[in-house]
Design a protein around this ligand. Structure first.
Ligand code: GDG
Length: 735
């Protein structure tokens, strides 16, 4: 039976060694809870690091760990201290984490940690490959494993692979600064489905793929040579019922049953004559979470609105994280000092403005804090999603309470009923805090009702299921394509039809089919492979080889004039039969050039990288070397600008791959190809091409023609091959 393989840096378990025995406790983090439904309800295994390095085990312990993990359907990836240092603390947390959160000044790039990152990703791949079986689905999580999708794909091309990034994907301008940018993107593109928390991260990723790797993108599909990768946003939810029900139980507890922390909180709330209010913040101690800014903004708030002194208290829980990374140690010192200074500055005998906890708390204390705080103040500078914001709202059983949330969090996109602030604007934070503390209850209830409804509906289980469903759907897409893909048996069948036919004609497109695209069209000269293949075909009895191209007559004459293949150029304007002169296939002229050329020139001047190709009877405006977004925008505006002229001169615009070509209406590869069939009866007709302009040919040739598209793109062709190498495999089988 096929299974799901979940892979993340850490397994959803905590392991502790006590007196040479292993204890396991399940992790409480968002990911572990989120994946619970996928992991336990179905046949699945989870692969990741156990949290203990190889150096920490002896053989006996190792066996114990393996058994303990097995009980939870988990498999460990063995990592050494050195691996963890370079891969986790090094490249993941010193390079990717700051870069992806726009902290470029903290981003270090060291070749040695990059090498370890690569080798550890390979270690993960090895464990996955040892455990993978036909039909399995793979779901990889987060920035520590960006290379893993492709490492698995290389060995198991048929496997369905999903990847979800839990942190932001930065803008292209930031991402482009990293030296190994190509390798990271290629690694990710091994997946069939790439998920992000928000549309913005998705958009940034697509833009980097387009600009750095040059792949064509249609909507949210990335067209690789041999596959399509789907990209989509799936905002992660929380286990709503868990928080909501825990809060309900909490509210029903008698005084005696309450935790120590809750009793402390109660004392504070009772002290201020019921005017005391708690403002809560919870995060890992991380520079991305904006903790120092929050403290400064709170200080400013107390100065600007002194009426809240003695009443409002900030309860700040900062959970220790990555404590051996220097930036985190500096941050810890900064926060300690700030808290000390602010408390020293404002403290009264019965009131200190900040309660600061630097530790992790058990779940029930988290619920104490969520349920007792009138306001949650979450001010990350950048945050992929921020689950704390969602958990706070879920725990507000009476629907009261106000969430103040940074606009730099992924969560702010969905939580528009919260008070959204810019974490760098202290004025705004101070004013919003006052507004929150004074917000009438009806308004609080109104805002939170809407938020709760959404959080309950789109909970973490729904998130995980949506992702898995979308991944399943990509399997169907792949199936659709696989049906058309030329495999060995289809190739043999076409080749045998070719051999058995009495009269054969082959229509072969040139650019993108026989040779790869070049930055400049004049550089795509025919290689020896082109001539060897065409000569071999041409020598076959009763075989007519036709190169059919949009290229201009003079170039094709220069490159192929010495051969006696049949040549059709400019989409069917010109024909050269073997051993004959060029003749016009259509009545065309170029008098219209003088009205269109100046417009194309003005577009070229304003669009760096674009150029005009002047053929005898058509003009092509190429934008393959232009910034992709600008290219598309300018191409659209060019079409609008020349629309009227096109109609007046009986012209038409052909939209090719990053080119707009203006030519006399009615001239097409389809029309010219069918003309070639008029005088001779062929019992084997074959056409192959990669471009949009070849679609005319595929459409208009008779139904029994064998039509083949190069690359996975939308097509009316019967079959496709993945790339140019496969074109040659197919053509050389015709012998
Ligand atoms: C990354 C992304 C994205 C916190 N303190 C305690 C505790 N927690 C729990 C919270 C919450 C989780 O940890 C923190 O989640 P966040 O989303 O706020 O932040 P990151 O850890 O940075 O997570 C983030 C997330 O991945 C998911 O994709 O949202 O943007 O950075 O669930 O409740 N839990 C307990 N004690 C604590 O002291 N028990």
């Amino acid at each position: 039976m096929s299974k799901t393989i979940i892979i993340s840096n850490r397994l959803p378990l905590q392991l502790q060694i006590h007196d040479n025995t292993i204890e396991t406790t399940p992790s409480v983090g968002g990911l572990a809870t989120g994946m619970k439904s996928v992991h336990t309800d179905s046949e699945s295994i989870w692969i990741g690091w156990s949290g203990l390095t190889e150096e920490e085990f002896n053989l006996e312990l190792k066996n114990q760990v393996t058994t303990a993990l097995q009980k939870h359907q988990c498999i460990g990836v063995p990592l050494t201290e050195n691996d963890v240092e370079g891969f986790y603390y090094g490249f993941s947390n010193n390079t990717l984490w700051p870069l992806f959160h726009y902290f470029m000044e903290y981003t270090e790039f060291e070749k040695s940690t990059w090498e370890t990152y690569k080798s550890v990703n390979q270690k993960f791949a090895d464990v996955v490959l040892q455990n993978i079986e036909d039909g399995d689905t793979v779901w990889i999580h987060d920035y520590q494993l960006l290379l893993l999708p492709d490492l698995i794909r290389k060995k198991r091309p048929e496997v369905s692979i999903g990847f979800f990034l839990h942190i932001p994907f930065p803008s292209y301008e930031v991402f482009r600064t990293i030296p190994c940018r190509e390798a990271l993107l290629k690694g990710m593109l091994g997946a069939d489905l790439l998920g992000f928390h928000t549309y913005d991260y998705e958009r940034h990723f697509l833009s980097s793929v387009q600009r750095i790797l040059g792949h064509e993108i249609t909507f949210n599909n990335i067209n690789l040579d041999n596959r399509i990768v789907k990209v989509d946003s799936f905002p992660m939810g929380i286990d709503y019922d868990k928080f909501h029900n825990a809060a309900k139980i909490h509210d029903q507890k008698s005084k005696k049953e309450q935790t120590e922390i809750q009793q402390e909180i109660n004392k504070h709330l009772e002290e201020g004559n019921h005017q005391a209010k708690l403002i809560l913040s919870i995060d890992r101690l991380d520079y991305t979470k904006g903790i120092a800014n929050r403290l400064r903004a709170f200080e400013y708030f107390l100065e600007k609105y002194p009426q809240f002194k003695g009443k409002a208290r900030l309860v700040m829980l900062a959970v220790p994280s990555r404590a051996n990374v220097p930036q985190y140690q500096l941050l810890k010192n900064e926060i300690d000092q700030l808290v000390g200074r602010i408390n020293g500055k404002f403290a009264e005998v019965s009131w200190t403005p900040i309660w600061y906890f630097y530790r992790s708390m058990p779940f029930e204390n988290l619920i104490d804090l969520y349920t007792s705080s009138e306001v949650a103040l979450l001010t990350p500078i950048r945050d992929g999603m921020n689950l704390v914001a969602k958990e706070y709202i879920a725990a507000r059983v009476d629907k009261k309470g106000v969430l103040i949330l940074s606009e730099m969090t992924g969560a702010s996109n969905e939580m528009s009923e919260a008070l959204i602030i810019n974490p760098n604007n202290f004025e705004e934070i101070a004013d919003t805090l006052k507004f929150a503390l004074e917000m009438p209850e009806e308004e609080q209830i109104k805002r939170n009702s809407a938020l709760q409804k959404r959080l309950k509906r789109y909970n973490v289980e729904k998130w995980a299921n949506d992702f898995i469903e979308a991944l399943e759907a990509t399997k169907n897409d792949t199936k659709k394509y696989t049906l058309k893909k030329i495999n060995v048996s289809i190739r043999t069948e076409i080749a045998s039809k070719y051999k058995n036919a009495a009269n054969k004609v082959l229509f072969l497109d040139y650019d993108g089919t026989m040779v790869p695209f070049e930055k400049l069209p004049e550089n795509a000269k025919p290689s020896q492979r082109v001539f060897d293949t065409l000569d071999a075909l041409h020598k076959q009895p009763n075989t007519k080889v036709i190169i059919i191209t949009g290229r201009d007559r003079d170039t094709i004459q220069k490159w192929f004039g010495h051969k006696d293949y049949t040549l059709i150029t400019e989409h069917g304007a010109w024909l050269k039969e073997s051993n004959k002169d060029w003749e016009l296939m259509e009545r065309v002229d170029n008098k219209w050039f003088e009205s269109i050329s100046p417009i194309l020139e003005s577009f070229t001047d304003r669009t760096p990288g674009s150029f005009i190709e002047e053929k005898r009877y058509s003009l092509a405006w190429h934008f393959r070397n232009v910034d992709p977004d600008l290219g598309k925008k300018r191409a659209n505006s060019l079409k609008t600008t020349i629309q009227q002229l096109i109609a007046n001169h009986n012209l038409e615009i052909l939209e090719g791959d990053k080119v707009l070509e203006i030519k006399t209406s009615g001239v097409s590869k389809g029309k010219s190809a069918t003309k070639m069939l008029l005088d001779t009866k062929y019992d084997f007709i074959f056409a192959i091409g990669d471009d949009w302009t070849d679609e005319h040919m595929f459409k208009e040739l008779p139904n029994d023609a064998h039509t083949v598209k190069v690359g996975i793109k939308k097509t009316v062709a019967q079959y496709y091959v993945e790339d140019i190498d496969q074109v040659y495999e197919l053509l050389t089988s015709f012998k």
